[in-house]
Design a protein around this ligand. Structure first.
Ligand code: GLC
Length: 500
């Protein structure tokens, strides 16, 4: 949200800005947009710290700007899902402000309080409990200390969430991306988590039995409206855990970070994940290699190689699943590197920097540590042109612009038919056209010689895809096959897609 297009020169993206880019997105073939949080927030965590579930943050515009954006998106056949953060609120939320006043405040039980902390850890580092001196009790925060966890064992919280969902569905959104949704503290069990080999086992703070009840309520509420969609962010590296949340009465699809956020490239690992999703999950998996929480795939997986990045794109648009593309991947955007503590804007990066200092690391070591965890490296402004601030804003930018923007931007790449931008465009057009690529089941899914190879079929049509991360080879096509993209002399980091 903050990095796409700034219409008023305040340095932050906004609804008017995105609205002005809808033609671009339509031309690219995009069918849906997931917006990161845009609700009122002090934005200590990129808006994932919501202060008011019914108000649009003025930085991004007003309700009318939102309505116009939604209407214009729909006009172009583009659906819009919003990111909903239901695990915690900002401490600035009226609910928390009330809750903290006294132990008998009607909002007290909207949050989780304890006289003495247990051993639960925050996912951003350190303890998850903070003393509130007003009443001498600790409140629970699974993430930043300025974000307090909602108490999902309180039916009033469940009712509030239902109203919030209905409000935004009535406003016309096409669905939700549910933030850290398996982290909800639903069962009121606040026992210490066991430790194993020095690591905390999240036995009582995540994946509690009540999480499914919460999801059921959410899904039933959403299902009352036609053609809506839910994707859940499930923090788990276990495919069996992911699988249990994906069902008709829970979530439509879930993100599998074992696939999407692999730390380094490995064709075999990517294949193994595809295979395990196929074996274990009953519905479509999600296919993605980037988000606002991880280093850009261009650097993390493609080593700056445009062909490799395009081959990875070929995979996510043709394998079985729902593809998600992080803005700027279509122009091969890179990470930005912070050169000082001040340049790290992200709380997670800052927390890790400070923890490193506490561990008596030198400022240089602390900067490395902070940079490693600095999620802002993938949040630099979208590169629209060679103009100042990459055409993102006319005045300034809340975060630094990637230094390569002069050569690497939409305006330049659109003029080059061999650019990564055109590869994305071709792939998206193909996926939008071919039902097999949207709905087809796998007839085979194989890995050999560093090639990922699959055939998918639907209603009597068959498409085979070979993504080659190995040596150059010559592909023998079956008789009568028709090449849709690519060529039979399959070079390294190239793909071929044919119908037969
Ligand atoms: C999710 C978001 C991340 C945020 C966290 C806490 O993981 O993607 O950006 O920091 O939730 O809300």
């Amino acid at each position: 949200m903050p990095s796409y297009a700034d219409s008023n020169g305040d340095g932050y993206g906004d609804f008017k800005g995105i609205t002005s880019k809808l033609d671009y997105l339509q031309d690219l073939g995009v069918k849906g947009i997931w917006l990161t949080p845009f609700l009122k927030s002090p934005k200590v965590d990129n808006g994932y710290d919501v202060a008011d579930y019914y108000e649009i943050d003025p930085t991004y515009g007003n309700k009318q700007d939102f309505d116009t954006f939604l209407k214009e998106a729909h006009k172009r056949g583009i659906k819009v899902i919003m990111d909903l953060v239901l695990n915690h609120t900002s401490k600035d939320s009226q609910w928390f402000q009330e809750a903290k006043k006294s132990k008998d405040n009607p909002y007290r039980d909207y949050y989780i309080w304890k006289d003495k902390p247990n051993n639960w850890e925050s996912f951003f580092g350190g303890t998850a409990w903070e003393l509130d001196v007003t009443n001498n009790q600790y409140y629970y925060h699974k993430f930043d200390v300025r974000m307090a966890d909602l108490n999902w064992s309180n039916p009033k919280v469940v009712d509030e969430v239902q109203k919030i969902l209905q409000f935004w569905l009535d406003a016309g959104v096409d669905g939700f991306r549910l933030d850290v949704i398996n982290f909800l503290t639903t069962d009121g069990i606040l026992a210490d988590n066991p430790m194993k080999d020095g690591n905390q086992q999240h036995l009582y703070d995540i994946d509690q039995s009540g999480v499914k009840e919460a999801m059921k309520m959410i899904k039933a509420t959403v299902n009352a409206y036609p053609n809506r969609f839910i994707v859940g962010e499930i923090g788990s590296d276990k495919i069996q855990v992911l699988k249990q949340y994906q069902s008709e009465e829970l979530l439509d699809v879930v993100f599998n970070f074992n696939f999407g956020s692999i730390p380094a490239f490995s064709a075999e690992r990517i294949f193994n994940e595809l295979q395990s999703m196929e074996k274990v999950m009953s519905n479509y998996p999600t296919l993605f290699f980037g988000s606002h929480d991880m280093p850009r795939m261009m650097d993390r997986l493609a080593d700056g190689n445009l062909e490799k990045a395009s081959a990875l794109a070929a995979l996510i648009f043709t394998a079985k699943g729902v593809p998600f593309v992080y803005y700027g991947e279509e122009i091969g955007m890179h990470n930005i590197i912070a050169h000082s503590f001040e340049e790290i804007a992200d709380i997670q990066g800052k927390t890790h920097y400070q923890l490193a200092l506490q561990k008596r690391k030198t400022p240089e070591e602390a900067l490395l540590e902070g940079n490693k965890n600095n999620r802002d490296k993938s949040r630099s402004p979208m590169q629209w042109s060679a103009n100042e601030f990459a055409g993102f804003s006319i005045e300034k930018s809340w975060i630094k612009v990637s230094p390569d923007f002069k050569d690497n931007n939409v305006e330049v790449l659109r003029k080059d038919k061999n650019s990564i931008f055109y590869k994305y465009k071709e792939l998206i057009a193909l996926r939008n056209k071919e039902k097999v690529l949207q709905y087809g089941k796998y007839d085979r899914l194989e890995f050999k010689d560093n090639q990922i190879l699959y055939t998918r079929s639907f209603e009597g049509e068959r498409i085979t895809v070979i993504v080659n991360f190995g040596k150059p080879t010559k592909i023998e096509l079956p008789k009568g096959a028709k090449i849709l993209l690519g060529e039979t002399h399959l070079r390294t980091n190239k793909s071929i897609i044919y119908k037969h």
